[in-house]
Design a protein around this ligand. Structure first.
Ligand SMILES: [Zn+2]
Length: 445
């Protein structure tokens, strides 16, 4: 049997598989475990360590909320203090200071640091070190100070193997230094074989508390479905269920059957709607009110919360839709082909700005990757230089003069007429199958 693992090998022409795929014996990699360097793998069996996060909304009581607020505040203070000390030392003495939370705990004026979760403070140091190393390697800008109400109000704590400092039982969460247990909205159960590693506490801008629990597990090997095996042997594309998706600004995507994304609930069709656009007027109105208020007054803060709630609502609506669509695709098809698009370049083009971020294609691709991995379906990314919308799906002619404003494709060679997005999706689908067959041929040889 051929080996199979969840990995992302890069193919010479820039295309890559993101879900499970075939690899020559021994050549197994996992993008997450490779970076974490924590997997126990033998050469023949790919059992990679993977991570999964569960997020719950929580209802802490007053005392608990106060303690968590205090930890968040302490983390922010520590970040700013450690950063400022590092910067000053470097500027004045040319010394790179390796300060730790313990250096400050010993000071008399900072003894209150001893009253908050020490794991959270330890993570501040790690984050700061990462921020500096990212800056030095050119990955990001110079670390900034954290400002209250502007920066995300959150902290991360780790589970200690030796004691049950972080624990989830019966829908209640135990956190270090937080009195009692916090009640969670336990909307889904966590499988028992998962190992709890860390918890991120966040006080969202809309006033809600969220708790993100990070779990570790050993990823099991999935096997290629019989249908894909048959396709690779015979090359008969009727034996597999395959689909191509072409991104569309107005409808998320158009698939190679010419259909738009959507699903049915209680025989009502739910289609893609632009969540943000619907609430846009209301957000603008509330934003205008905010601009008239006195900064940092209590009404100002209340109004900010109101706006944050609206933003949170659009985000939740959009993410729910994307999850629903992605899971349906991954369950239905064996092979899904999509085009890789440069989202940042598209966002910069002024005309599309808002509608590209609202569309959520980047998020959709990320969710689709996860679901494909989960359901053992292949996700093939076609190079973005592939002329998907300019190629005639009937005769293969490449219509170079086709403009972005031409929504219908009329082939100048054979006269074939088709919707532009639909045609692109058909081409992406075919290209995906071609890549699959080709890379399989290469490995078999
Ligand atoms: Zn043609």
């Amino acid at each position: 049997m051929k080996l199979l693992s969840f990995c992302a090998p890069v193919f010479p022409d820039g295309c890559r598989f993101t879900a499970s795929c075939r690899l020559p014996d021994g050549a197994i990699s996992d993008k997450r475990s490779a970076s974490k360097n924590s997997s126990k793998r033998t050469e023949a069996h790919a059992v990679a360590t993977s991570y999964i996060a569960y997020r719950f909304i929580g209802y802490p009581d007053k005392e608990q909320a106060m303690q968590m607020e205090r930890t968040i505040g302490s983390c922010r203070w520590l970040w700013n203090r450690m950063k400022s000390d590092r910067d000053t030392m470097y500027k004045e003495m040319g010394i790179v200071l390796n300060n730790t939370p313990a250096d400050y705990k010993d000071l008399d004026e900072c003894s209150w640091l001893n009253e908050v979760d020490s794991y959270a403070l330890g993570n501040v140091q790690l984050n700061l070190e990462k921020a500096y190393s990212d800056f030095l390697s050119g990955k990001s800008g110079f670390p900034k100070f954290k400002k209250k109400h502007i920066c995300k109000a959150s902290y991360k704590t780790n589970k200690d193997k030796r004691c049950n400092n972080v624990m989830l039982s019966n829908g209640r969460l135990t956190l270090p230094r937080v009195p009692g247990t916090i009640k969670l909205k336990y909307h889904r159960s966590v499988p028992e074989h998962l190992i709890l590693k860390a918890c991120t506490v966040c006080h969202e801008a809309n006033g809600k508390w969220t708790f993100t629990l990070l779990y570790e597990y050993q990823a099991e090997e999935a096997s290629l479905s019989e249908r894909i095996e048959r396709f690779l042997e015979t090359g008969d594309d009727l034996s597999i269920r395959h689909i191509g998706l072409d991104m569309s600004l107005s409808e998320l995507y158009v698939d190679s059957d010419g259909c738009l994304p959507g699903y049915e609930v209680n025989s009502v069709f739910v289609g893609f709607r632009k969540c943000y656009r619907g609430l846009e007027n209301r957000i603008a109105k509330e934003q205008h009110k905010l601009s008239k208020m006195q900064k940092d007054s209590s009404n100002y803060q209340k109004q900010r919360t109101r706006i944050a709630k609206l933003h949170a609502k659009t985000k939740q609506q959009r993410n729910d839709f994307l999850h629903q669509i992605a899971v349906r695709l991954a369950r239905t098809y064996d092979v899904i082909s999509i085009e890789t698009l440069d989202m940042s370049a598209m966002k910069q083009s002024l005309k599309f700005g808002k509608s590209v971020s609202d569309n959520g294609w980047g998020t959709f691709v990320r969710i689709l990757e996860e679901k494909c991995e989960q359901y053992g379906c292949l996700l093939i990314k076609v190079s973005r230089w592939f002329p998907s919308s300019k190629t005639c799906s009937h005769c293969g002619h490449i219509h170079k003069e086709l403009k972005l404003s031409n929504r219908t494709y009329i082939c100048p060679k054979c006269g074939h007429v088709m919707g532009r997005d639909h045609q692109a999706a058909v081409n992406i689908d075919r290209e995906g199958l071609r890549i699959l067959t080709e890379s399989y041929g290469k490995e078999a040889a």
